[in-house]
Design a binder for this molecule. Sequence first.
Ligand code: CAA
Length: 445
Amino acid sequence: MTAVGIDAIEIWTGNLRLDLAETFAPAQDEDPGKYTKGLGLNASSFPDVYEDIVTMGANAAHRLMERKGLTPDDIGRIDVATESAFDNSKPVSTYVAGCLESVYDEDFHHANKGERKFACIAGTQSLDDAYNWIRAGRHRGKKAIVIATDTALYARDDPGEATQGAGAVAMLVDEDPSLVELSTEQGFGSADETDFLKPNQQFPSVDGKRSMKVYLARLREALEDYESQVGGVHPEDFELVPFHTPFPGMVRKAAALGYRHIIRDTDVELTVAEEIGRQPRPEEFKTQEQYFDAVTEYTDALTETERYQAWYADTIEPTLEIAREVGNWYTGSVHVARAAGLRHARRNDRDLDDAKLLLASYGSGAQAEIHHETVVPGWEDEIAELNVDEQLADRYEISFEEYERIHDAHNHDSETDVEELTTPSEEFVFDGWGRMGERKYRYVR
Ligand code: CAA
């Protein structure tokens, strides 16, 4: 069977940076440690007034096409995943295609375009769609572009405000990919949940604490479903485990529970048992509550063991490096985590040829997906092309007063006229409104 997967990836961050410890914490009258240690975030990326989900998505896709020497004729499919769409009918992919057509001689008139919605998991679902399209042999030798783009903004003073972010990830999906091959095995955990939603409103209604419980419950279900496909999982099977990362503190919790789950009845459980005992089993307890208390105590002790900490440092921590500096990018988040892990591995000369990654995707409402990916030899050359470090370093640092104005500028219900803080160059920008209320764009050279 021909390998299908991600051939190349590009990341595009919003051009502004809000420092959580220096700027946000004092304004909120909070200890900076709540953000940097508790949530695990140093900064958020924000869009300047001329940026939105279309510009960031089109800029990421443009860079991808230029770098891979592609023209519109090479592309048979453009899917955009977002939970920040501003149009209930016309998909964001048409706006993105319009932007790209303005800088190429060819057009995308024969490309199938769509928009995927299922909160943050839609990015992975779009990847699955592209994979299935190629596997089904309906791609006529063409490639798919998958774009995950979001302005993950919360209402002012919502507890989620500290986890905001804005950016896009563009991925080229193709046969014989240069970066990772996707597995056919997948596990799902899906249930009708009311934890985070936007019923025809821009900013989300969030039950933050509940959303964390639902994240853990659906991922556990997805992991069990995946295990039923592959016949068991061992922590050493995977070199990196990129999670959907609403904030790194969420992944810290999920990783501990996942590790406990997969070491049960393995040599690892026996080894750490010398230090902290065996995992509690339900049949050893009179009530479920007593069992849960014992499991919590065991998990806390497990995270203190050298074995766990070494696994976490190698497998999880590298995937969080970019998220710590940009916040939550919703649909793009797990794809940023994959890129961060690979970037860290390249920088540290880690040999990942043919290694396996376990991808843990999640979307509120709620659904989780677990699948694995096999790293393709030569992956370092692809990762070397990422310019995310330069982009992050070039962001304009905003004051709290500027943050308040920028938040208003992106609030669909407010009529503020806000000056841009940066000067765009070689990128698509928002250029006002058209006669039917559509958003218009142009390329700035
Ligand atoms: N030093 C160190 N740590 C500190 C601290 C300090 N000074 N002050 C607080 N902390 C710790 C807290 O103990 C807590 O950590 P633990 O959970 O490990 O105890 C952490 O910092 C956060 O503090 P709070 O729980 O008090 O924070 P909060 O209640 O104000 O907000 C939140 C947290 C509910 C997650 C909020 O950020 C939120 O609503 N976020 C949006 C929803 C979200 O991201 N949910 C995640 C799962 S859903 C999902 O993944 C989909 C998605 O993308 C949205």
